[in-house]
Design a protein around this ligand. Structure first.
Ligand code: AMP
Ligand code: MG
Length: 424
């Protein structure tokens, strides 16, 4: 793998070159090129497969539904019987309930009481819903305006036997589990869970629960990272706090690289600290130190240590989360074998107020999407946008993503919104 330093990349747009910063798009491009999926797989029961990544296509071994079945409670009959004689009274010869089919075949002039989900008996091709049927001493009267096939779910209508219903590379969500169960699939082959090692760097950091000495700060990043990684279904290797000295950093990095597919650190990559981190990393792998034209999250180290993919995230707690969501999330999903759903949709919504924005960098503004008094859905920034202000991350329900070239946003103008639900 060849990684550029923060020298201007050949394909970096002109406005990103002035200070040697990479655009977000270029950084993403370089990260995507460096990522390869893990190939080991596990066999697991379906019940344990939520958030795992399917390793092989699953084709349905059956038609779904396996037999034609009733979509409504009512009576199943032969459409031709009433097509020629709309006034004809049909004779009920039996009943079919879900799980209890009517064994016989329907002959001319006959009908069968059916409940939703019941197999439509052989010979019948139409179901009249009970609300439109009249039953009297003469028999069962169905309306004349039905068409053949009405209220009948055709055999194989959802899935034909042999059809791939969940493709390799799919991140298994609740609906996939239900679909796989519906075709009788009890076990799946999934990519093995990704091992992610992470630690925080900084002499000032102390563990929550310990006393806070003067000048110290509690380690927030390892806890937000832990949550983000858990949401992605990773196997966590928490290596704790690491002091700002080369021997400790080197030892932690070597341990991390030996146990994990991906190594994440926070802190120690900003200009003041990068030289020392750079020296240590140069001995262990190939890591580039980037300045990214974004806010927050400007410094980022990316590359490989040992066999692991490495992200050196900034120290500021909001920058960590934004850089994670913008770069690490996608890299982790792709390394875990995900081929679909990797990019999150950006929804355009009107800004509720003016937002200051400097062209030449992508800005991520913590925002709140809400309905105003007129019923209009709009997005407004939270108070307190500093990169260290983690509280506003908890008050936000989205990030407003303001594109690289964009300038100030006027109230009412559309902005791109990345909703948090399920992620942060
Ligand atoms: P650094 O990039 O290491 O200079 O860190 C930038 C800022 O983020 C400093 O104010 C650090 O104290 C703060 N910081 C770094 N790591 C953490 C952490 N794990 N939790 C909370 N704040 C941190
Ligand atoms: Mg530091």
């Amino acid at each position: 793998m060849t990684l550029p330093s923060s020298e201007p990349a050949a394909r970096a747009p002109a406005e990103a070159r002035a200070d040697g910063a990479l655009s977000v798009a270029d950084a993403l491009h370089l990260i995507r090129a460096a990522v390869a999926p893990v190939t080991d797989t596990d066999a697991l029961p379906l019940a344990a497969a939520l958030d795992r990544v399917l390793a092989e296509d699953v084709a349905s071994p059956i038609d779904v539904p396996p037999r034609p079945c009733a979509a409504m409670d009512g009576w199943a009959f032969r459409h031709a019987d009433v097509a020629t004689d709309p006034a004809r009274a049909l004779r009920q010869v039996g009943a079919a309930f879900a799980g209890h089919p009517f064994g016989g075949t329907l002959h001319a002039g006959q009908c069968v009481r059916v409940m939703t989900g019941a197999v439509v008996p052989a010979g019948a091709d139409c179901v009249a819903m009970q609300e439109v049927v009249r039953v009297d001493d003469a028999g069962v009267h169905v309306p004349a305006d039905l068409v053949p096939g009405q209220n009948v779910r055709r055999r194989g209508e959802d899935l034909a036997r042999g059809e791939v219903c969940v493709a390799a590379g799919t991140l298994l969500r609740p609906a996939h589990l239900g679909l796989l169960a519906s075709i009788g699939c009890a076990d799946v082959h999934a990519h093995r869970r990704l091992r992610v090692a992470f630690f925080s760097t900084g002499d000032e950091l102390v563990e929550p629960g310990a006393p806070l000495p003067d000048g110290a700060a509690y380690d927030a990043n390892r806890y937000s990272l832990r949550g983000l990684l858990q949401r992605l279904g990773c196997e966590l290797h928490d290596l704790g706090l690491v002091r700002d000295d080369p021997a400790s950093l080197q030892a932690a990095m070597a341990t991390a690289a030996a146990q994990a597919d991906v190594v994440l650190t926070s802190g120690g990559v900003s200009v003041g600290e990068a030289d020392y981190t750079r020296r240590v990393l140069a001995e262990l792998g190939e890591v580039a130190f980037w300045k990214i034209a974004m806010r927050p999250g400007r410094p980022l180290a990316f590359g490989r240590v040992g066999g692991a993919l490495f992200f050196g995230l900034p120290g500021n707690p909001v920058a960590v989360m934004v850089a994670f969501q913008q770069f690490v999330r996608e890299a982790i999903l792709r390394t875990a074998g995900v081929r679909n759903e990797v990019e999150l949709p950006l929804l355009p919504l009107p800004a509720a107020c003016t937002i200051r924005k400097k062209p030449g960098r992508t800005e991520y503004v913590r925002g709140v999407v809400a309905r105003d008094d007129n019923g209009m859905v709009r997005v407004r920034p939270t108070a307190g946008q500093g990169a260290a202000m983690l509280r506003s991350m908890t008050q936000a329900n989205c990030l407003i993503v303001l594109a690289h070239a964009r300038g100030d946003v006027a109230a009412g103008e559309p902005v791109d919104v990345l909703l948090f639900e399920g992620m942060v």
